[in-house]
Design a protein around this ligand. Structure first.
Ligand SMILES: NC(=O)c1ccc[n+]([C@@H]2O[C@H](COP(=O)([O-])OP(=O)(O)OC[C@H]3O[C@@H](n4cnc5c(N)ncnc54)[C@H](OP(=O)(O)O)[C@@H]3O)[C@@H](O)[C@H]2O)c1
Length: 263
């Protein structure tokens, strides 16, 4: 299937590693040109260099903390100057720390909302005008299975991400007539540094060996395994493609069947 992504321009944030990087690679493999950012300038430049070399596409990279509105504005301005247009936005950020509600102060919830909800809103507002001018766009927000099913030790994630679903659903209705789709992806466990960190935390807290900690995660996943970043990248590349033009306002799980609800 030709995804029709050749020479499309895609902005992928929080992409020096993990899910963002996997999305950048999946889009580059389809011939998309990229604008990438993360906070660490060296890490994002190195990732951009590797992707540019491996896939032969233009990659613009700059440091940007997506929780900082002025940094987002500067990144968007520079990305548009360098690449001329923007067709696709994958709005992604880091995850808040694990823990239960009682571990956190109200200030921690405010920070989590800045990281996961307000960063998405800021990124959309920075790039949406360019898509409206083109009359074509794909906005994909990164959240988590926690928007469907709260996780016991991820209180900040449970609370800070659901607003993204409401925001994207609302936006989808407003932008459909501009030929811009707005969807949300909700991963379960995908093997990135963040999940390796969660496994390390379990090993320390419960005095488990690595394989035992991993098994305690996969026990809750009908597919019997943790997902790969490449599988996640493929889902986002499809949603970003010409082929997904009639899918909008959706929240799509990628979790090996871990979510137990009906809808
Ligand atoms: N992996 C999973 O199974 C899974 C499941 C559900 C939800 N999620 C969520 O999906 C998102 C990505 O997860 P991941 O597994 O890819 O995490 P990861 O492996 O820890 O990678 C995080 C990436 O985000 C960048 N980043 C972090 N904070 C940022 C900020 N404020 N501004 C810009 N870039 C930032 C990091 O680079 P710098 O350090 O250079 O900024 C890095 O490139 C997180 O919100 C995570 O909670 C992941």
């Amino acid at each position: 299937m030709d995804l029709g992504l050749r020479n499309r321009v895609a902005v992928v944030t929080a992409s020096s590693r993990g899910l963002g990087r996997a999305v950048a690679e999946a889009l580059a493999a389809e011939g998309a040109r990229l604008a990438l950012c993360s906070r660490d300038a060296d890490a994002i430049r190195k990732t951009a260099e590797i992707i540019g070399d491996n896939y032969g596409v233009d990659v613009f990279a700059a440091p940007c903390d997506v929780t900082d509105p002025s940094a987002v504005e500067a990144f968007a301005g520079e990305a548009l100057r360098r690449l001329g247009e923007v067709h696709i936005l994958f709005a992604n950020a880091g995850g808040p720390p694990p823990g239960i509600v009682q571990d956190f102060a109200p200030e921690d919830f405010r920070k989590a909302l800045e990281l996961n909800l307000l960063s998405t809103i800021g990124l959309v507002h920075a790039f949406m005008p360019a898509m409206k001018r083109l009359g074509w766009g794909r906005i994909i927000a990164s959240t988590s299975i926690t928007v469907k099913q709260p996780a016991p030790n991820l209180a900040l994630s449970n609370v800070s991400r659901v607003g993204v679903v409401a925001y994207m659903k609302t936006l989808a209705g407003e932008l459909a007539s501009h030929n811009i789709t707005c969807n949300t992806v909700a991963p379960g466990y995908i093997l990135t540094d963040r999940v390796e960190g969660l496994i390390a935390g379990m090993m320390e807290k419960s005095k488990m060996a690595y394989e035992e900690a991993r098994r305690s995660i996969t026990a809750g996943i009908p597919a019997g395994r943790i997902g790969s970043p490449e599988e996640f990248g493929s889902l986002v590349a499809f949603l970003a493609s010409e082929r997904a033009a009639y899918i909008t306002g959706e929240t799509i799980l990628i979790d090996g069947g871990a979510y137990r609800g009906l809808m």
